[in-house]
Design a protein around this ligand. Structure first.
Ligand SMILES: [Zn+2]
Length: 75
């Protein structure tokens, strides 16, 4: 099984972790203001980056699981 993984949303400008408003649900087109550098991060750009990271992590985990499966095979 693929384990849960956590990806932090990071500011596109200064790379610090974004502290979004937990009460607010961000949608496409929204801007998320960085509390460190005050730049506004485009939601869609952030999502694109997160998706790419998620794919890399998911792929790595899948490869590990497959390796384990083969190890457990008694041929
Ligand atoms: Zn920033």
């Amino acid at each position: 099984m693929i384990k849960d993984f956590k990806i932090e949303l990071k500011c596109l400008f200064c790379d610090s972790v974004l502290q979004g408003d937990t009460e607010k649900e961000y949608l496409s087109g929204d801007l998320i203001k960085c509390q460190n550098c005050n730049e506004e991060n485009d939601y869609d750009s952030l999502i694109t980056i997160v998706k790419e990271k998620a794919e890399v992590i998911a792929k790595k985990q899948a490869e590990e699981e497959i390796k384990k499966m083969f190890k457990n095979l008694k041929l």
